[in-house]
Design a protein around this ligand. Structure first.
Ligand SMILES: [Zn+2]
Ligand SMILES: [Zn+2]
Length: 303
């Protein structure tokens, strides 16, 4: 038996390292390695397509009705796939790697507590605009300015369906919320999309970010609490002066849901003039919401 073992080991050694005991790099072995690599790449591409299909057609359309295990399938699939950072393209299990997060998003400027505009005076808490005309919302938490590279990331999420970015945005927002909010919100509501826009895009980016914020803060998410009752023009295409009118009466709180005496956290991807969030906050306040705090990933800086 011992002799058989010794002969077997020496045969194996010959196959792996060659008869003269030098590392063997032969053409067939290189071919095997290439085939293996190609197979892994193919399998990974297939899984990525499967994941995109799941995110686009199942999670985005029916996410709110799925049991939590099925909602987690995307996250499980993602954790098994080799990932790369959207900014530096280095290996990363998150859509934005830790180095890029620290480089681009760690700086927190002084902002107006109510509307999130950048402030020049470090000691002032509320900007002149909010002092003159207080908006319907009470506070705004901002993760970063809508400027390079965050503008590109938002476009990637919205128009190229890079849904894993929503998880990173949500995590950054959750960190900002935990640092800045004293009074923990009772419920998270994403800014709703109209049925038409949802059908075109396949998912609500604010909803995907809100899902991640909810997961990281343990604040319950109410996906269906608010709806858009009127199709509005995309705010970005309208002159600033027309945006308030465009949003008037755009939202409704669902009849079977109650926001009475609740501190609501409204989640959106980008805040520009704030008219959308103001209209939604006013609608929630009419239904008895105690306090409304906005949580937006990026805010357009003042020109
Ligand atoms: Zn990176
Ligand atoms: Zn302000």
């Amino acid at each position: 038996m011992k002799l058989f073992g010794a002969v077997y080991r020496s045969r194996l050694n010959m196959v792996l390292r060659g008869s003269d005991n030098k590392p063997l790099v032969s053409l067939p072995r290189l071919a095997v390695r290439d085939v293996l690599h190609a197979t892994v790449r193919l399998a990974s591409g297939f899984c990525q397509s499967l994941l995109n299909f799941f995110n686009m057609h199942i999670l985005a359309m029916h996410g709110a009705h799925l049991p939590s295990f099925f909602r987690r399938i995307g996250t499980i699939l993602e954790s098994m796939l080799p990932g790369s950072c959207a900014l530096c393209h280095g290996d990363s299990q998150h859509a934005i790697c830790t180095t890029c997060s620290l480089q681009f998003f760690a700086n927190i400027p002084v902002r107006c507590e109510i509307c999130g505009r950048r402030m020049l005076h470090v000691h002032a808490k509320i900007c002149g605009i909010c002092l003159r005309t207080p908006p319907a919302f009470d506070a705004t938490i901002v993760a970063c300015d809508y400027a390079a590279p965050s503008d590109m990331l938002v476009q990637d999420l919205k128009f190229r369906s890079r849904l894993p970015l929503a998880q990173s945005f949500g995590q950054m927002l959750a960190n900002a919320i935990q640092k800045q909010i004293i009074d923990t919100p009772d419920v998270i509501i994403p800014v709703p999309l109209s049925e038409t826009r949802l059908a075109q895009r396949g998912f609500n980016q604010a909803g995907e970010i809100a899902r991640s914020v909810s997961r990281h803060t343990n604040i319950p998410l109410q996906f269906q609490m608010c709806v858009r009752v009127r199709d509005t023009q995309p705010q970005a295409r309208l002159p600033i002066g027309e945006r308030r009118v465009n949003m008037r009466g755009a939202f409704a709180v669902q009849l079977n849901a109650s926001v009475r005496n609740q501190h609501v956290l409204l989640v959106d991807d980008v805040m520009t003039t704030g008219h959308t969030l103001n209209e939604l906050a006013a609608c929630l306040k009419r239904h008895g919401a105690k306090r409304v705090t906005n949580a937006v990933f990026a805010r357009t800086p003042e020109k």
